[in-house]
Write a protein that binds this ligand. Structure first.
Ligand code: GAR
Length: 210
């Protein structure tokens, strides 16, 4: 698949996807990186020689105009699959419609807990600790028009320890994300994902795993 990866921060998941393409775990290649701001991820992407576009939605008169510029860019780069890896802005509805079931997002907690508008990065880990959870994790889900809402593709747990800080929990979850996100992309590459309403069925040799 030709991937577009959307980012807003450090871009460690982006770099991991690029690496997984180079070492042959993924057949997909990152052809485009989109960010809403100048950030480390943009620098890494440019260093890797990937086409990179910084577009702040606030600078567009409407969501529709932002969306149609994104669509042009996605079409020009022949993008067939989109990965949100720490992208903090809403994807315009027109893009979601045109890429229905072809956009995934990674969230650093076990959805549907600790998700929704404003729940990102360290805020999520602090909320998990404040609630006293014993496990956290990461979720890869299909993107629909609501924040952190679409059908769940894969989800895994990590323990939460009593001496955890938001930083220590974040780094444990990040390690998990470096496995989970490439695994999810590979399921789509291999055509193993079937979506039935809210349920994602992972098809492996001869069997349907709900
Ligand atoms: C990741 O932990 C990702 O799950 C999270 O942002 C981080 C980006 O890290 N995404 C969200 O919080 C979205 N709600 P990275 O820039 O180092 O890949």
């Amino acid at each position: 698949m030709r991937l577009a990866v959307f980012v807003s921060g450090k871009g460690t998941n982006l770099l991991n996807i690029i690496r997984k393409g180079k070492d042959g775990f993924l057949a997909s290649e990152v052809k485009l990186v989109v960010s809403d701001r100048d950030c480390e991820a943009v620098e890494s992407s440019e260093r890797a020689g990937i086409r990179t576009r910084v577009a702040d939605p606030k600078r567009y008169p409407s969501e529709m105009e932002f969306g149609s510029e994104l669509l042009d860019l996605l079409k020009n780069t022949e993008t067939d699959f989109i990965v949100l890896a720490g992208f903090l802005k809403k994807i315009p509805d027109v893009v979601i419609r045109n890429y229905a079931n072809r956009i995934i997002n990674i969230h650093p907690a076990l959805l549907p807990s600790f998700g929704g508008k404003g729940m990102y990065g360290m805020r999520v880990h602090q909320a998990v600790l404040d609630y006293g959870c014993k496990v956290s994790g990461a979720t890869v889900h299909i993107v629909d028009v609501e924040y952190d809402h679409g059908p769940i593709v894969v989800q895994k747990c990590v323990p939460v320890y009593s001496n955890d800080t938001a930083d220590s929990l974040a780094s444990r979850v990040h390690q998990l994300e470096y496995e989970l996100l490439p695994e999810a992309i590979r399921l789509f590459e291999n055509g193993h994902v079937k979506i039935e309403g809210r349920k994602v069925i992972i098809r492996t040799e001869g069997s349907d795993k709900k």
